[in-house]
Design a protein around this ligand. Structure first.
Ligand SMILES: NC(=O)c1ccc[n+]([C@@H]2O[C@H](COP(=O)([O-])OP(=O)(O)OC[C@H]3O[C@@H](n4cnc5c(N)ncnc54)[C@H](OP(=O)(O)O)[C@@H]3O)[C@@H](O)[C@H]2O)c1
Ligand SMILES: *[C@@H]1O[C@H](CO)[C@@H](O)[C@H](O)[C@H]1NC(C)=O
Length: 322
């Protein structure tokens, strides 16, 4: 019995080591690797796999899960979390759960009700982080609306005051939009901007702009075009890229892990999506090595300002950010 207890403690220490945190501007801490659950890149992958992915991730040491109302998987995320808690792997307060407000709920008085619906699906009393998914607003039929995100932000602040969201932030906001939000003298400055960052979209100007304002940056689609096969003409690097392979061999890692560590070494919080147990574990096995400044600069040279997520159909909508 005593032996089992001692063993459990050792395991906890090791797992805690896999979820280092960064400080947010509201005094809270955010774990630096989040499991992505968005199905965008995966296409028609079955939603049921999300429950297992979330459970495996927590088992592997993840403490941060990223979801969104529009992913349609908050129930599965909640089931994975509930199973991990019921099996004693983790307590709710040790987890950091992020969800997002969809574009068709931007009116001030829609924000808190939308979050309450997300919480019901997740089976949680609060989320750790609630983000405005895009600065763009839409009607329920997907046609453009023109609700100012400053109005939406008032609803976000209400969610924080009610402690339904412990931290609040934005996603896909460009530098102009961040400045306008910060200049508005809100009660709460956004804690986070979640944007696409990867070797072909390195985003140095926007990342440093946010970091200088004390806004943490989460990096979505962290692999860029590393592993997707459907973009045969997309720019490098791919998994077998010689530069990445050389760096990977030096550290005894694979090229996916090098790309994630590159983002961590830039002070970012990457959100790798995987539904595969082994790859989920690999994607957080990043904390026993570190890239040199030269290696970070070398990987940044892949930049082509090309996006994985480029919703061109919204280009004519007010507040289109790209
Ligand atoms: N805020 C936003 O607007 C926004 C937009 C897009 C995404 N996101 C968030 O960011 C998350 C990640 O973005 P993403 O899904 O676009 O792309 P991603 O995480 O860059 O790439 C996911 C793809 O990589 C594969 N993969 C994962 N780990 C791997 C590894 N170690 N080796 C080889 N292949 C690996 C996955 O396949 P397997 O599952 O088979 O491993 C999947 O096909 C989303 O799930 C979502 O949570 C947010
Ligand atoms: C951000 O988006 C707005 C709205 O579309 C646009 O007016 C502005 O020029 C963009 N700023 C940057 C830095 O891209």
């Amino acid at each position: 019995m005593l032996r089992a207890v001692v063993l459990a403690c050792v395991v906890n220490i090791v797992l805690a080591g896999k979820a280092p945190t960064i400080d947010l501007n509201d005094g809270r801490k955010m774990p630096v690797v989040a499991l992505g659950t968005g199905r965008g890149t995966a296409g028609s992958a079955p939603i049921d796999e999300v429950k297992d992915a979330v459970f495996w991730a927590i088992e592997a040491g993840y403490r941060h899960i990223d979801t969104a109302a529009v992913y349609g998987d908050e129930e599965q995320v909640g089931q994975g979390i509930a199973e991990a808690i019921s099996k004693g792997l983790v307590k709710r307060e040790e987890l950091f759960v992020t969800t997002k407000l969809w574009n068709d709920r931007h009116a001030r008085d829609q924000v808190v009700p939308s979050l309450r619906e997300s919480l019901t699906r997740l089976g949680l009393d609060y989320v750790d982080l609630f983000l405005i998914h895009f600065p763009i607003s839409m009607k329920s039929d997907g046609s453009p609306d023109n609700i100012d995100y400053l109005e939406t932000w008032e609803g976000m602040e209400e969610a924080k005051e009610l402690r339904l969201a412990r931290s609040i932030g934005v996603s896909n906001f460009n530098a102009t939009q961040i400045d306008r939000l910060v200049a508005n003298k809100n009660a709460f400055r956004p804690a986070v901007n979640q944007i696409e960052v990867n070797p072909t979209l390195t985003q140095e100007p926007l990342v440093s702009h946010c970091q200088n304002l004390g806004i943490a940056v989460m990096a979505y689609s962290p692999f860029g075009f590393l592993v997707t096969r459907k973009h045969a003409d997309a720019p490098p690097p791919r998994v077998d890229d010689p530069t990445l392979v050389r760096i990977a061999n030096k550290y005894g890692k694979n090229t996916a892990q090098i790309v994630l560590r590159y983002l961590v070494d830039r002070g970012l919080v990457p959100i790798p999506k995987s539904a595969n147990k082994d790859r989920i574990a690999q994607n957080i096995d990043l904390f026993d090595f570190q890239l040199t400044k030269e290696e970070v600069a070398e990987i940044s040279k892949f930049n082509k300002n090309v996006r994985v997520i480029h919703p061109k159909g919204w280009e004519s909508y007010p507040n289109y950010p790209f």
